[in-house]
Design a protein around this ligand. Structure first.
Ligand SMILES: [Zn+2]
Length: 129
């Protein structure tokens, strides 16, 4: 989709702090993280709503989220990686993965703009783990 923010990121028209990629998925840091390491996992094919995806695509998005979550858990040494899918801000499926140390931390209202230099450093840590 030509005016979709995430499709533009996939096309390389808008930069992102990439942490993981395969042929069909991309994972990058949220620029307004709820917590350190807040990552978005998206399919490269534009899809507006997770539960409207065909089963193989849906399952591969979640399998990718699981894989990326495992990496985030190790890098940030947290108890859990929280998962959220809302999709109101950008109309392209994205799974939020948020490193958590306790209950109540998975609140979108906690999101704040992050320093791009800090994000670049974090992305490097996750990518090279
Ligand atoms: Zn899109």
């Amino acid at each position: 989709m030509s005016n979709c923010l995430f499709c533009k990121i996939i096309a390389g028209e808008i930069p992102c702090h990439k942490v993981w990629e395969d042929d069909a998925h991309l994972a990058f840091l949220d620029i307004n993280p709820i917590r350190e390491g807040h990552t978005l996992v998206i399919p490269k094919a534009h899809a507006p709503y997770l539960f409207d995806m065909d089963d193989p695509s849906y399952q591969s998005v979640l399998a990718t989220a699981k894989q990326v979550a495992g990496r985030l858990k190790e890098v940030f040494q947290v108890l859990r990686i929280g998962v959220a899918v809302e999709g109101f801000a950008v109309d392209h499926v994205h799974v939020h993965l948020v490193p958590l140390t306790g209950a109540g931390q998975l609140d979108p209202k906690l999101g704040k703009p992050a320093d791009p230099a800090v994000l670049a450093q974090l992305a490097e840590r996750i990518k090279t783990f």
